[in-house]
Design a protein around this ligand. Structure first.
Ligand SMILES: *[C@@H]1O[C@H](CO)[C@@H](O)[C@H](O)[C@H]1NC(C)=O
Ligand SMILES: *[C@@H]1O[C@H](CO)[C@@H](O)[C@H](O)[C@H]1NC(C)=O
Ligand SMILES: *[C@@H]1O[C@H](CO)[C@@H](O)[C@H](O)[C@H]1NC(C)=O
Ligand SMILES: *[C@@H]1O[C@H](CO)[C@@H](O)[C@H](O)[C@H]1NC(C)=O
Ligand SMILES: *[C@@H]1O[C@H](CO)[C@@H](O)[C@H](O)[C@H]1NC(C)=O
Ligand SMILES: *[C@@H]1O[C@H](CO)[C@@H](O)[C@H](O)[C@H]1NC(C)=O
Ligand SMILES: *[C@@H]1O[C@H](CO)[C@@H](O)[C@H](O)[C@H]1NC(C)=O
Ligand SMILES: *[C@@H]1O[C@H](CO)[C@@H](O)[C@H](O)[C@H]1NC(C)=O
Ligand SMILES: *[C@@H]1O[C@H](CO)[C@@H](O)[C@H](O)[C@H]1NC(C)=O
Ligand SMILES: *[C@@H]1O[C@H](CO)[C@@H](O)[C@H](O)[C@H]1NC(C)=O
Ligand SMILES: *[C@@H]1O[C@H](CO)[C@@H](O)[C@H](O)[C@H]1NC(C)=O
Ligand SMILES: *[C@@H]1O[C@H](CO)[C@@H](O)[C@H](O)[C@H]1NC(C)=O
Ligand SMILES: [Zn+2]
Length: 714
């Protein structure tokens, strides 16, 4: 899941495998002070052992292993066992946790275009085999298809629908474009792909075809004279973005077991509310070109449509809606539907305090034989992290708190492995989890990016100062220096698109991290055969130095969270964020409201004041525990830091989506990846236009903040 954010130095890439490469970053809030770290960083003896244990060559070996065998969800138990065995070798007690989940695999896909004059063009739907990129020719390489797509055929005229967001469809309706019974041709970018299909379905369309556009590749394009992969860093024109079309913002996890874990004998629910009922197919820009050309001159052209992200850079295309072109598409998408076992590898080192547990997770499954960035840059890092802890354990060190490593399966279909696992272990996690650290795409380029709950901002920032980060050839900066100079020192807000989602929506502190490409960096072939070991070692991260730096960072962050006597969570850091979200809510209200529609936000404002006072009391109590050297009091205080964010959740969840319980941040209903803050209130206004409901959600949200405050202060 991925996105790029064009800010300051340029695009920030993507770490989450279901985020979109082109999504503009909406939420970056409280700036941290831009005072650069000392160089080289000063480290204590344990930190030095962990840092020194990292070796770019062994990381490249783990990467090579993960990227040379089919490991789509549910099909490679050997790789799951290999992961568990490595962790065992490095001192973790490891096992496989198995679930039985609904999955579907591609059987046959086809797409053809019939011009108005009757001649037929057939799309290739395949990525080129490249001699230098070994896994692009594997006989068991995976076809181009959409996970959880609907089995069916469709044959009809088609309409270009831009990025397929609800506002795009609103625009088409305003232009009088008939959608009913037609096929949607949509561009990647913006909302999560499953929501494009959902929106098409809800407008009575009967199929969807989604293409990658070189307009989303920044400056690194063939049009700018740059050679395409494998000869250069521009996009290979045949590359296709596979991916899930589940309705991610409604329910992640096995769509047949909403809210409970998937065992072999679990009852199965109707899945039609969270997966499409029309077929869909992903295509390359080369396959899209004739489809767009056939619409040129028909309907309203892309410039006149005047919608964000509507016009791309496919040569010769006007991105016209296409009304009246007479061109038709015939598509067929045949999938094999099964209930398959999936395997999460889990590795544990018990801490002295068994009721304080840190979970560190990465998914293992990929849409392709490779997956060198998504997700196996993170997988390679987690093996090296285990190795570093084994080096530290050899000195007699033991963690104060329990460490759980997780290698999730079936993330790509819809965060399935992590969601089923959280559903199974929720009583334990609610009691004991101190944080969840997610590393999905650790490396797809050089630009570091972090999103986190506010209580993790302080520790996440201070650890950045301890890591040397290679950046565009320079090796004398810390991760902190690079991150602050690019992001301005602002964390993103967690939406969805990777495995932190289930933890966040059960009130557990979480962070997501990784590095992606800027607009002048090699193009990352997201969910394509060319996200391969060859691409990574040639273009993405030659020498695996960024892998090493991110691994060192994650390891030191984990080390401090499980070792420091004071649990490194800062509840008070929620206060400025909650106030910023309030300001944003006020502007949402004033732009959506009219003279007789206003909201009374007093309850919300008061609850933030109450929370602020509780956080101050908490800080005073923590000071007292420290100055009196009172370990019992410190444990009491640490448990408040662990528990307070559970208060932000509501059992019933958000309107129409019970799974999403966090009332402070959630993926936007029509974005899937990008976050919405105070989602109950905001979306009652922006989606339902129901101000009565919005007022009720002011009350519920304020109540949740009061509950969090009460946990901090009692
Ligand atoms: C599983 O992955 C490993 C490592 O990449 C590979 O060697 C093996 O062939 C894969 N197994 C299957 C059944 O594809
Ligand atoms: C039909 O139209 C297409 C697109 O304009 C064109 O490429 C093709 O040559 C035409 N075929 C015939 C038989 O005229
Ligand atoms: C693309 O390249 C041009 C010319 O080098 C440069 O001015 C521009 O800033 C670049 N775009 C981005 C987004 O960096
Ligand atoms: C798009 O349509 C507008 C309005 O009809 C027209 O002014 C403009 O020239 C068109 N652009 C292209 C590229 O056809
Ligand atoms: C495009 O839409 C924006 C508002 O979204 C509007 O301000 C602008 O005038 C429009 N441009 C044209 C050419 O219609
Ligand atoms: C669907 O399309 C495929 C490929 O064109 C074809 O083989 C199949 O018979 C079609 N199925 C139905 C039910 O029309
Ligand atoms: C870790 O703690 C759990 C829970 O107390 C216990 O069941 C397990 O046996 C312990 N594992 C080891 C290796 O000590
Ligand atoms: C980093 O190294 C470059 C040359 O490699 C040098 O120009 C620069 O001054 C150095 N910066 C710092 C902060 O040491
Ligand atoms: C911090 O480091 C960045 C990158 O090395 C540099 O551009 C910036 O000027 C430095 N800022 C300060 C305050 O030293
Ligand atoms: C590891 O880094 C060293 C030093 O930069 C480099 O020579 C070596 O090729 C790297 N190893 C791999 C596997 O890339
Ligand atoms: C204000 O409310 C009245 C009655 O509730 C309604 O008829 C009217 O359309 C509303 N005005 C606006 C601008 O929404
Ligand atoms: C608006 O929300 C209220 C409260 O949740 C509900 O009772 C009412 O039916 C909703 N109105 C509409 C038009 O959906
Ligand atoms: Zn991923």
């Amino acid at each position: 899941m991925v996105k790029s954010i064009f800010v300051l130095l340029g695009a920030i890439g993507a770490q989450a495998c279901q985020r979109d490469l082109t999504f503009a970053h909406g939420h970056r809030h409280v700036k941290r002070q831009n005072t650069n770290a000392t160089f080289p960083p000063a480290l204590d003896a344990n930190e030095q052992i962990l840092i020194n244990s990292f070796d770019n060559t062994s990381i490249s070996e783990w990467s090579y292993y993960y990227t040379h065998g089919n490991h789509i969800a549910g099909l490679n138990k050997t790789m799951a066992q290999w992961t568990a065995d490595k962790w065992t070798e490095y001192g973790f007690t490891s096992r496989l946790d198995e679930y039985y989940v609904f999955l579907n695999y591609p059987v046959s896909q086809s797409l053809s275009l019939t011009y108005a004059n009757g001649s037929v063009h057939t799309a290739s739907l395949t990525e080129d085999v490249l001699e230098v990129d070994d896994t692009s020719s594997y006989p068991d390489r995976i076809p181009t298809f959409h996970g959880y797509s609907f089995t069916g055929n469709a044959s009809a005229e088609y309409v270009y629908v831009g990025r397929g967001q609800q506002v795009d469809f609103d625009r088409l309706e305003a232009l009088g474009v008939e959608l009913e019974g037609k096929i949607a041709l949509a561009k990647y970018g913006g909302p999560f792909r499953g929501l494009k299909v959902k929106n098409a379905q809800e407008h009575g369309m009967i199929g969807a075809v989604i293409f990658v556009d070189p307009g989303d590749d920044g400056n690194v394009t063939e049009a700018n004279g740059i050679a395409a992969y494998p000869d250069g860093p521009a996009r290979n024109p045949s590359s296709v973005q596979r991916g899930s079309v589940q309705f991610l913002s409604i329910y992640p996890g096995d769509p047949t077991t909403p809210g409970y874990t998937s065992k072999q004998d679990s009852p199965r629910a109707d899945k039609s509310g969270s997966v499409p009922r029309i077929p869909s197919i992903p295509i390359s820009w080369v396959d899209a070109q004739p489809l767009l050309h056939a619409l040129n001159g028909f309907g309203t052209n892309g410039t006149a449509v005047n919608r964000t992200g509507w016009v791309g850079k496919i040569p010769g295309a006007t991105y016209s809606t296409g009304v009246g072109s007479g061109a038709r598409l015939s598509m067929s998408n045949i999938m094999d539907e099964t209930y398959n076992p999936i395997w999460n590898a889990v590795g544990i080192i018990n801490g002295t305090n068994e009721d304080e547990v840190l979970i560190i997770g990465n998914h293992r499954d990929a849409w392709i034989v490779g997956g060198a960035a998504d997700p196996n840059s993170g997988s390679a890092v987690l093996i090296e992290l285990a190795k570093a802890f084994s080096a530290l354990s050899a000195t007699g060190w033991k963690p104060l708190r329990t460490i759980v490593l997780a290698s999730w399966d079936a993330e790509e279909y819809g965060l399935v492995g992590s969601t089923e696992w959280v559903e199974e272990y929720i009583p334990w996690l609610k009691t004991a989890a101190i944080s969840y650290l997610n590393i999905d795409v650790a490396v797809a380029g050089p630009i570091p990016d972090f999103s986190a709950t506010p209580d993790l901002h302080a520790v996440a920032t201070s650890i950045m100062k301890k890591v040397i980060y290679p950046f565009h050839g320079a090796t004398n900066h810390t991760l902190y220096d690079v991150w602050t100079s690019i992001s301005g020192g602002e964390f993103g807000v967690l939406g969805s698109g990777s495995d932190y989602t289930s933890f966040l929506h059960r009130g557990i502190a979480a962070i997501d991290m990784g590095a992606g490409p800027g607009p002048n960096d090699p193009v990352y072939h997201y969910h394509s055969n060319y996200d391969s070991y060859h691409w990574m070692s040639t273009f993405g991260d030659p020498g695996f130095h960024t892998h090493k730096a991110f691994g060192q960072y994650l390891t030191l962050l984990a080390y401090h969270l499980v070792t420091d006597p004071v649990l490194a969570l800062e509840p008070a850091d929620y206060v400025p964020e909650l106030r910023t979200y309030l300001t944003e809510l006020e502007s949402t209200i004033s732009s959506a409201g009219s003279s007789n529609t206003t909201l009374d936000l007093t309850a919300l404002t008061d609850s933030i004041d109450t929370f602020s006072a509780a956080a101050q009391d908490f800080n005073a109590l923590r000071e007292q525990a420290l100055s009196a050297d009172d370990t019992e009091l410190l444990t009491f205080v640490n448990h408040k830091a662990r528990d307070f964010s559970r208060g932000f959740t509501s059992q019933g969840g958000l309107p129409g989506r019970e799974f999403f319980q966090n009332l402070i941040f959630a993926p936007g209903l029509d974005t899937g990846y990008a976050p919405v803050t105070y989602p109950g209130i905001t979306e009652s206004i922006t989606f339902e236009g129901n101000w009565t409901a919005a007022q009720e959600w002011v009350g519920r949200t304020a109540k949740a903040i009061e509950v969090a405050a009460a946990i901090l202060s009692t």
